[in-house]
Design a protein around this ligand. Structure first.
Ligand code: FAD
Length: 466
């Protein structure tokens, strides 16, 4: 271990410090291996030690000590991110927020919570307190933290009604600690939220979160079988446009995704079944069943509260968002994925075009998404991976057609986003992390402002593979 790292670790030895090599390695990884490209680049990355603060005071102490010794700090919620967001490229300290998991206050329409709280625990607390729940959650609801969702995620189950995390009103307030000689504690609202939300912990550590809430329901979870793929996409869009029917999820899977990859669904579908997964509020079920009856080509094959399936398929949302990729990967390890924005108003045309161009090499998996009041789709397309060159070509063809790609095969904020720096994040990093020690290697603009994006960025200080 380098001297400065050993000195920082020693100075923090009165805190909860993990020294066991296997545990440190486990805490240095996330779900980066979904991408064969990232698997190739990041597999060897490991921290020097893991520190788990119990409160904001200990977060400040860790940041101050690591600052004094020039030790990088990469924050970890639960490590379910898909792009190596929580992986310490330059080693140093992984700060694991598992002890900071308290739900502090629940009020009508809002909750105040610590960042390490699991999404499922947050929902349980809000439901028990006053029949409320968070508006949207990552499909990793059972395992991911609210802090990791805000710093590393984008949206998910609920986004068909509420939009994405970045939309105004979907985060109320964030409390943030800086990494300076004397760390400061700042409170962000409104415009300031964009500095640190979805910034991968590169410019501040979130220690308290205030989120809006919605009424909690016993959502009715369903699967529907449709013979034609575009009919399935149109069904999902039209349902999301029914103003009187409240939904939390509308997902479309091109055939044969359900037949090939969803083991417990397989006995009830055919190879040609295009599947729709839904969550509908119980009071909307009459309206929904009327909507369904008007579309005789669409068959309800499962509802969780009334079915005769031999084995429950489990929560329908655990087939959605990036759980689809996980299920496909378990059956066929050569599968990877893309993140596509099929933007309004050309979304259906683009989907039809991409399906015609690439199926079955790329199978469509669509999530209904609301953006500025318009219903559109996020695509988490399943890709049969062959080479990096072919993957890049598939991406290029999508982009040329007008389907924006958020590349999940890159570990930097810019390459995974809109290929440009978010100035609000960069400017705040200059102020909050002057030594560039927070999650190094994830913000290209910090390391190399003139980067041209013509090839994959390679962080120059990345640990060498042994
Ligand atoms: P981590 O992976 O631990 O961290 C994510 C990022 O946030 C890292 O850069 C980390 O450094 C930073 N971070 C964590 N806590 C803090 C903090 N307190 N302050 C500052 N920075 C912090 N994502 C979605 O958006 N929607 C989905 O539906 C979705 N589905 C998924 C399904 C599967 C099967 C998998 C494997 C991933 C999925 N993801 C999804 C990605 C990921 O699960 C989510 O982003 C998740 O919410 C991350 O939470 P986490 O606690 O695991 O965060």
């Amino acid at each position: 271990m380098r001297d400065n790292v050993a000195a920082a670790k020693a100075a923090l030895s009165h805190l909860d410090i993990e020294g066991n090599d296997a545990a440190i390695r486990a805490k240095s990884r996330d779900f980066f291996w979904y991408s064969p490209v990232l698997k190739d680049r990041l597999d060897h990355v490991v921290a020097d030690f893991v520190a788990s603060p119990k409160n904001e005071g200990e977060v400040i102490e860790i940041l101050k000590t690591c600052y004094a010794h020039d030790v990088p700090v990469t924050t970890r919620g639960a490590g379910t991110g898909n792009y190596g967001q929580a992986m310490p490229l330059a080693g140093g300290c992984v700060m694991h927020l598992r002890h900071m998991a308290a739900v502090k206050e629940v009020h009508p329409g809002r909750v105040i919570v610590e960042p390490g709280c699991l999404l499922k625990d947050l929902d349980a607390a809000c439901k028990e307190h006053s029949g409320q729940e968070i508006r949207m959650f990552s499909s990793t609801w059972a395992t991911a933290t609210i802090g990791g969702f805000i710093a590393g995620g984008s949206g998910g189950v609920g986004s068909c009604t509420w939009g994405s995390l970045r939309d105004l009103g979907n985060i109320i307030r964030l409390r943030v600690v800086t990494m300076e000689e004397e760390p400061r504690v700042l409170e962000f609202r409104g415009e300031e939220l964009a500095r640190v939300s979805h910034a991968y912990g590169t410019n501040g550590i979130i220690t308290e979160i205030e989120m809006p809430l919605a009424p909690a329901y016993e959502w009715v979870e369903m699967f529907l079988d449709v013979g034609d793929f575009m009919d399935a996409a149109r069904f999902a869009e039209e349902l999301a446009n029914e103003d009187g029917i409240l939904i939390k999820l509308a997902t479309v899977f091109e055939a044969p995704v359900a037949f090939d990859y969803f083991q417990r669904v397989k006995p009830y579908v055919s190879e040609g079944s295009h599947l729709i997964g839904l969550m509908v509020a119980p009071q909307s079920m009459d309206g929904f069943l009327t909507f369904l009856a008007r579309r005789p080509g669409v068959k309800l094959i499962y509802r969780h509260d009334d079915h005769d399936w031999a084995r429950s398929p489990g929560p329908v949302f655990e087939y959605s968002w990036n759980h689809t990729t996980l299920r496909a990967l378990k059956v066929d390890p050569s599968i990877t994925y893309l993140q596509v924005r099929y933007g309004f108003p050309k979304h259906l045309d683009l989907i039809e075009k991409m399906q015609a161009e690439f199926s079955p090499e790329v199978l469509q998996h669509l999530e209904v998404l609301k953006e500025n009041g318009k219903v559109m789709f996020a695509g988490l397309s399943l890709v049969k991976f062959t080479t990096e060159e072919r993957l890049d070509e598939i991406i290029r063809i999508h982009e040329e057609a007008g389907a924006m790609i958020f590349n999940p095969h890159r570990y930097t904020l810019e390459e995974g986003g809109r290929q440009s720096v978010d100035d609000r994040q960069l400017v705040f990093k200059r102020e909050a992390d002057p030594k560039g020690l927070l999650n190094p290697g994830k913000m290209i603009a910090w390391d190399d402002p003139d980067w041209s994006y013509d090839r994959m960025y390679a962080y120059p200080k990345m640990q060498a593979a042994e």
